[in-house]
Design a protein around this ligand. Structure first.
Ligand code: PDD
Length: 279
């Protein structure tokens, strides 16, 4: 199956959908986005993804006419048209003005949606990570298309044969380029609190809920790189990874001291997705 796309009312194969130069995501990254996975007409954690998207649009004052139900219906309609059995769904709302002017006064908005085939694997290999300085700005909690530090760091990780890069700011671990990070120490989970330094990940929220459901204490506080390197386990969460263990950071073996708990949390997250697929 091929990739599929939508832009302001036009549906079609990804290569047939063109974006006009009036779309301010091109010149200014003036747009917000969200990303989910799904199967046929069902989108995993749909309500949370659509809510975060609309709340980000509101925070940046991007004008649009979507209701939560209206946008969910449209995303499902596009998914059905794509005929993809299982997909990665990306949706972006950008501001639009006729000319390249910095001020966004009077701007309207444009909706872009893309779908690509995806396979979510069970129990894949543990992740290998690198650390990198967090050079991002103060809006990390809003999913905007200003991803240059993430792009550079993800590239650096791949060149080194690794899966993800961990952002570290003044010795504090914030998150990764496209996922959140948590550590397990003595049966407790520690994760950076929600702030403008991290994206409030939906998978992170589900991991914390799973922890609470099995009696694992959740501590939302900043942790250092040193604590992470010594932690019993390191867990990476995101919409597409769900929950994965890491066993190497900067070429040093890490974690592996509480595999039963780490695996059961990863399995709970995977089972939730597997149940969603068979419903
Ligand atoms: N990335 N932190 C960052 C910086 C992210 O970009 C993402 C998601 C996450 C995890 O969020 P969630 O659990 O809601 O997926 C954390 C998506 C998948 C992306 O940009 O493609």
């Amino acid at each position: 199956m091929n990739s599929y796309a939508y832009y302001n009312g036009k549906f079609g194969k990804r290569e047939d959908i063109l974006i006009p130069l009036s779309d301010r995501s091109i010149f200014f990254g003036d747009s917000i986005y969200d990303a989910a996975i799904g199967s046929y007409d069902r989108i995993h954690w749909e309500s949370e993804h659509v809510e975060r998207f609309l709340s980000n649009a509101k925070r940046l004052g991007i004008k649009h006419t979507f209701t939560k139900n209206g946008l969910s219906d449209l995303l499902r309609e596009i998914a059905v048209k794509s005929m993809l059995e299982s997909y990665f769904l990306y949706f972006q709302l950008s501001r639009s003005t006729p000319n390249r002017v910095h001020s966004a006064v009077g701007a309207s908005s444009s909706l872009l949606v893309t779908l690509d085939p995806i396979k979510i694997e069970k129990s894949p290999h543990p992740l290998r990570l690198i650390t990198t300085e967090d050079l991002r700005y103060g809006y990390c909690d809003i999913k905007t298309v200003n991803l240059l530090p993430a792009v550079l760091s993800a590239t650096k990780a791949e060149v080194k044969g690794c899966d993800e890069a961990i952002f570290v700011k003044n010795e504090i671990v914030t998150e990764c380029t496209k996922s959140n990070i948590s550590i397990l120490i003595q049966g407790r989970i520690i994760t950076h609190p929600k702030s403008n330094r991290i994206l409030p990940g939906i998978a992170r929220e589900h991991l914390l809920a799973e922890c609470k459901s099995i009696g694992v204490e959740v501590i939302e506080r900043p942790f250092t790189k040193e604590e992470m390197m010594e932690a019993d386990e390191i867990l990476i969460t995101s919409t597409t990874k769900l929950c994965r263990r890491a066993d190497m950071i900067d070429g040093v073996s890490v974690g592996g001291k509480s595999p039963a708990l780490a695996d059961s949390l990863c399995n709970l997250m995977y089972e939730d997705f597997a149940n969603f697929c068979i419903k």
